[in-house]
Ligand binder design. Sequence first.
Ligand SMILES: [Fe+2]
Ligand SMILES: [Fe+2]
Length: 296
Amino acid sequence: MPKTGELNGIKITTLAEDSVLYESPYLGQHGISFLVTAERDGTIRNVLVDVAQNPSALLENANMMDISLSCIDMVVLTHCHYDHTQGLAKVLREIGKNDLPVIAHPDIFRLNFITDPYLRHVGVMGEDKKANIEGSGGTLYLTKDPLEIMPGLITTGQVERATDFEEAGISLSTIENNQVKPDLMLDDISLVANVKGKGVVIVTGCSHAGIVNITKQAVKLTKTEKIHGIIGGFHLIEAIGAAEIRIKKTAQALKQFDPDWIYAGHCTGFEAQVELYNTFNDRFSPLHTGMIVEVP
Ligand SMILES: [Fe+2]
Ligand SMILES: [Fe+2]
């Protein structure tokens, strides 16, 4: 893998997330969307990472934050789930550009379903299928490989599953060659920035590949040991089976990377947030709609 360059700075704006703060005017929803603004030697790119599940709320939040969607230069989809991709075609029409790159894993449009409490597809929904994305101004860049957006900003590509305690965190299925198979969420990718003088910043959707696996991949990709920060969902929500031991192992493994901050929410779960807080103290904060992180 090529070594990535370095950004001078990055700004991450949380356009949509499950929670809102006390007195916040923003609209919450189950899902995640970030606007990542990357700067290198005067060149600025605005990358929309996911669109959450309610485009009306996303557009309203952006409006309240004084962000015009026309500033968006490309989209990264972290994985297929509807709470990250629903309304993408509508958002693309709102951005109003032709040939806007939409970066994702090639498996993103597959059937991806749960059967508890009942059979339901939870992946990309009909109105956001390939043809509609392309018909709304998007050009799909579908790859399993890491994709460089600019020197210092790269997607992870399909993440190597290296740890023995991490899995997708949710029981999902797909159909391949007429056979029902467990869906391991191999389409889970994250965005990685390498910021001059600070280190690696990881922006993740649900971390179905495992946040420790993702962090290892980010170190490998950037050839930079220093993790500055991690933001996104860690999918350790106890209600859908993440054992207490996995939460503890995750917090301990992340501690080895010595991050300056971790902001985790969405599907992270209360128990995992408590463990992360106990491990990292004020270097940890729950994620919320409207949260802005600027590096440096
Ligand atoms: Fe999610
Ligand atoms: Fe997910």
